[in-house]
Design a protein around this ligand. Structure first.
Ligand SMILES: Nc1nc2c(c(=O)[nH]1)N[C@H]1C(S)=C(S)[C@@H](COP(=O)(O)O)O[C@H]1N2
Ligand SMILES: [Mo]
Length: 182
């Protein structure tokens, strides 16, 4: 469902890494068609809430970087190092949201963009997306090795008890050597 917002998104930019590298900015987003979806944010702790999210479809954003046809997953990263690796099919059902319930995220949160998608768990709804990387994983590769999911950072003011089982991985586990032809 296309949707024209009444408010410009606050200034932000996201680096796209596909077959091309390019940056998508809030100015670009203002010129793209917008999508609205109802998506529930559900934490491993059991906490959940429903919201209406508006922004640009992940597929429209990805097109700008022309992802390789073999792409299997998208890695969504935030400046803080938080990163989620989402199967392409699930990611394409989502959006880079800039509004929640009709309000710009940047008006009430310390981030202006957020990945959200139906059928993806809330821990992977990366806040403050700074980079989206298209990756090709072989069936024997573990997608979670590309993740750096951490407990909600204090910068988000959400200090609270979390399930001990919640995934926690360090950034060093996530970062893989860039291909250098070896
Ligand atoms: N950048 C970033 N995104 C993040 C997190 C985080 O710590 N950093 N926490 C995740 C987790 S574990 C959950 S459950 C949801 C919480 O979203 P909420 O603050 O809207 O409830 O955000 C996700 N996105
Ligand atoms: Mo969470």
């Amino acid at each position: 469902m296309a949707n024209v917002t009444t408010q410009p998104a606050t200034g932000w930019e996201i680096e796209l890494v596909g077959e091309r590298r390019r940056t998508v900015t809030s100015t670009d987003a203002d010129e793209m068609a917008w999508t609205t979806k109802h998506v529930c944010v559900e934490c491993a702790s059991g906490e959940r809430y429903d919201a209406t999210w508006s922004g640009v479809a992940v597929g429209d954003v990805l097109e700008l970087a022309s992802a390789a046809p073999e792409t299997t997953h998208l890695v969504f990263e935030s400046d803080s190092g938080y990163a989620a690796c989402v199967p392409l099919r699930d990611a394409l059902g989502g959006l880079i949201a800039v509004e929640r319930d009709g309000e710009r995220l940047g008006d009430s949160e310390p981030y202006a963009t957020r990945f959200v998608a139906p059928d993806v768990d809330g821990a992977r709804f990366v806040k403050g997306v700074s980079r989206i990387r298209a990756v090709v994983l072989t069936p024997d590769e573990d997608a979670t090795e590309y993740e750096a999911l951490e407990l909600d950072g204090p910068e988000y003011g959400r200090a609270q008890a979390r399930d001990a089982g919640e995934i926690k991985r360090s950034l060093t586990e996530y970062v893989r050597p860039q291909s250098d032809g070896r």
